[in-house]
Ligand binder design. Sequence first.
Ligand SMILES: Nc1ncnc2c1ncn2[C@@H]1O[C@H](COP(=O)(O)OP(=O)(O)OP(=O)(O)O)[C@@H](O)[C@H]1O
Ligand SMILES: [Mg+2]
Length: 459
Amino acid sequence: MNDKIKILVIDDDDTGRDVLSMLLRSVGYEVTSAANGESALALIDRVQYHVIVSDLILPDSSGLDILRNVRKVAPATEVIVVTGHASAQTAVRAMKEGAFDYITKPIDFDELKIVVSNALEKQNILSENRYLRRQLQGRFEFNNIIGVSPAMNLVFERMNRIVKTDSAVLVSGESGTGKELVAKALHYNGTRREQPFIAVNCSAIPETLLESELFGHVRGAFTGAIKDKPGKFEAANHGTIFLDEIGTLPLHLQGKLLRVLQEHEVERVGSNKTIKLQVRVISATNSDLENMVKRGEFREDLYYRLNVIPLHLPPLRERQQDIIHLVAFFLEKQCRLMGRAPRSISKQALEALEQYAWPGNVRELENLIERMIALTDAAVITIDDVPAKIIGERPVGEALTVTLAKAGVDLVATISRVERELISQALLSSGGVKARAAALLGINRTTLVEKIKRLKMEE
Ligand SMILES: Nc1ncnc2c1ncn2[C@@H]1O[C@H](COP(=O)(O)OP(=O)(O)OP(=O)(O)O)[C@@H](O)[C@H]1O
Ligand SMILES: [Mg+2]
């Protein structure tokens, strides 16, 4: 526990101060001492003490002054006052002004030990609470969704509007783009934040169980239904239900879901009693629901019910600017989680990450960072730590097929022609995705965009 707990002892009496310091040091605390108010205040300004033990009467000021000052500049520090004259009144004053406790002279060392350790315990609890609270708040605030790209700014703008409404939201995006993260952020920043957020992954539950999972069942409704069980919709009442992978919902359940959404009520499987509900629905899909509707695989009426507000999360390869911020965020987060010292990443390694196409999107990036931290102890992650798959294979030493004509050549124009040809091939094979095309060409996206502009290749 003693990761050097710092204690400041303030007493004008040399012997008293030395004895106190020695005793506290013998418990393992790091003790500093001051003989008057002025030097004490100078120390308090510079050092964050856990506990201050101060005599109430000092030559140049009083323990109360110190106390007031500490409350202002170091509110986390606990102050224990020592009173020589058993003066109950000043002790009470001190307590009122925010002292943790007081002890009377002559000091009983066992008492002091207990009071100090109580003060430390209180601090621990307080800072733990603060940490937990910050975690709970921080976890779902938009500021834990990293993104500075224009594409993500649009997402944030729309989210800001969504949190003020109660409409159904359909979050779409490729795997790992942050659909669940965004759904939670919408719930925990919205008016229902105090109410439950219930997630159901429609693709992870066997079809036969999904109906009862969503809507509940009564005893005897089917083999194995040994008692009444409320469904996720009931559990989410007044809050939000998050229907993940909604595209995998079988057609017969789509009909039932539509009724629940229209009537705002459910019937548990095997019962005809209706239960009124008030639930916000956020659903998510990584398949193209609109196409599924066209192909008759998803009910059109349900699609419109769910898709009152569409929220599309762009794939990571379309927001290359976010990568540096995500990398920094995950480096910090993973080092903290794994209890490792903070890391940084070399420019070269970062560029490799920026040029990769990230088919698994943010999740793939987060997993890679975690792996790289786990596999190396070095303070800086370098290109050598980046897997070959991500750096990609670069054609090296390809034979040049051009020859210099007798009449000479327009070098600049020829190079432009070669550039134009290779860029259009790269764009073609990457489906027009610039980040991927840039990776194929071994340049970064910005350079590619500049070249496209300079070569007048747009459209
Ligand atoms: N913009 C972002 N900022 C910070 N972390 C993110 C961001 N986007 C995604 N993540 C993180 O990436 C991981 C994957 O996100 P999430 O589970 O929300 O994706 P998903 O779209 O639901 O993926 P899937 O379709 O595979 O279920 C999570 O750990 C999430 O916290
Ligand atoms: Mg998900």
